[in-house]
Design a protein around this ligand. Structure first.
Ligand code: 0O3
Ligand code: SF4
Length: 315
C-alpha cells in the first residue's frame, strides 16, 4: 500500500505560538498555570500540559486571585477578559493573531455603528470570542451558518453592515453564503482580506491533492477541531472513504484490509507531529507500505510572542 502524505499538514503558526506561550509561562512562573479552554483542540497536547501543571478551566470565578491565566488560541470575548481583570488575574493572551484580525473587524464595525454578521459555527469557542468583541450598545452582531440563515436574517439597517467569518471554515462552504448576503444586502462590507486563514486554506488544498491519487483518506485530528473536521468533509466530498481519527488506536484495520492500494494522510492544524508519525508507523505494520511526501505550498509564517512574555525572568 502507498501512503501519500499531504503537504502542509499538522501544526500552523498560531498553534505553535500558543503551545510555546504555555511552555514559557510554565518555565517562568512554575505551576499552576491556568488556561481558559483547551489551548488548542488536541487531547494529546492538553494531557501533556496537564501533566506539567496546567489547569484548563472555563470558569474564571474559580481561579485563585492573582493567578496566571492564558487565553487559548481560539480567543475570548471581551466580557471574559474583563472578568479576569476584575479577579486580578495575570493575563497572557495566546489568541492567534489571525483570530485577532477578525476581532478587530468586529470592534471596528461596532465602533462605526455598523451591524456585523459572522459566518461561523454555533458554540465554537472562536465564534463565541469573536461575537463577544461587539459592543451591543452600538447595534447587533448576528451569527449565521447557512444560506437558509441569510434568508431568515432581519437587520436594522441594510446600508450599515459588515460581515466576517470564522478562520477555519472552507472557502467552498462560505462562498454561497456570501453570494446570498451580497444579493440580499448589496452594500454589505466584506473583510479586506479573507478571514479564513492561510493554514486552513493550505491544508484544504493539500487534502484535495491527495484525494486525487488515494483510494482512502485519513485525517488526524480531534473530533471537536473545526479545521480538522473541514479536512474530513473535503475528503468525503470527493467520494473517498475518509476517517477523522484522534490517534493510531482509531485506525479502522478492517476497512484497510479491503483492497486499498493507496491511502492519503493529513492532519489538522492542532495535531502534533508525534501523533502523525505514530499513525504512519501503525499503518506500515498493518500492510507493507511505501511512503511518499507530496510536494505542496511552503509555509514560513511565524508569529511574535505576546508583550507579556517579553523581559521575563526564568525561575
Ligand atoms: O478552531 P479549531 O476547532 O479548528 O481549533 P484547533 O483544532 O485548536 O486548531 C487551531 C485553530 C484555532 C486556534 C482557531 O483558528
Ligand atoms: Fe491561527 Fe489559522 Fe492556526 Fe487558527 S488555524 S491558529 S487562525 S494560523
Amino acid at each position: 500500500m502507498k501512503i501519500f502524505l499531504a503537504n502542509p499538514r499538522g501544526f500552523c503558526a498560531g498553534v505553535k505560538r500558543a503551545i510555546n506561550i504555555v511552555n514559557i509561562a510554565l518555565k517562568a512562573w512554575g505551576k499552576p498555570i491556568y488556561v481558559n479552554h483547551e489551548i488548542v483542540h488536541n487531547t494529546y497536547i492538553t494531557n501533556y500540559l496537564k501533566s506539567k501543571g496546567v489547569i484548563f478551566n472555563e470558569k474564571i470565578r474559580s481561579i485563585p486571585l492573582g493567578s496566571i491565566l492564558i487565553f487559548s488560541a481560539h480567543g475570548v470575548p471581551k466580557s471574559l477578559r474583563n472578568e479576569a481583570i476584575k479577579r486580578k488575574l495575570r493575563i497572557i493572551d495566546a489568541t492567534c493573531p489571525l483570530v485577532k484580525k477578525v476581532h478587530k473587524e468586529v470592534s471596528q464595525a461596532s465602533n462605526l455603528g455598523f451591524e456585523a454578521i459572522l459566518i461561523g459555527t454555533l458554540k465554537h469557542p472562536e465564534v463565541e470570542g469573536t461575537l463577544g468583541q461587539y459592543d451591543y450598545d452600538q447595534g447587533k452582531i448576528y451569527l449565521i451558518e447557512s444560506v437558509k440563515d441569510v434568508s431568515k436574517l432581519k437587520v436594522n439597517n441594510p446600508n450599515k453592515l459588515m460581515f466576517m467569518t470564522q478562520t477555519t471554515l472552507s472557502l467552498e462552504q462560505i462562498h454561497p453564503i456570501i453570494i446570498a448576503l451580497r444579493k440580499k444586502y448589496p452594500n454589505i462590507i466584506s473583510p479586506k482580506k479573507p478571514d479564513i486563514c492561510y493554514a486552513t486554506i493550505n491544508r484544504q488544498i493539500a487534502v484535495k491533492e491527495i484525494s486525487k491519487i488515494s483510494d482512502a483518506i485519513i485525517i488526524i485530528g480531534s473530533k471537536h477541531s473545526s479545521n480538522s473536521n473541514q479536512l474530513m468533509k473535503l475528503g468525503r466530498k470527493t467520494g473517498k472513504y475518509t476517517a477523522l481519527i484522534n490517534s493510531k488506536n482509531e485506525i479502522d484495520t478492517n476497512y484497510l484490509s479491503n483492497n486499498i492500494q493507496s491511502i492519503g494522510v493529513s492532519a489538522g492544524a492542532s495535531t502534533p507531529n508525534i501523533i502523525i508519525k505514530q499513525v504512519i508507523k501503525r499503518l506500515s505494520k498493518i500492510k507493507k507500505t511505501t511512503i511518499q511526501e507530496i510536494s505542496g505550498i511552503k509555509e514560513n509564517i511565524t508569529f511574535n510572542l505576546p508583550k507579556e512574555l517579553k523581559n521575563i525572568k526564568f525561575k
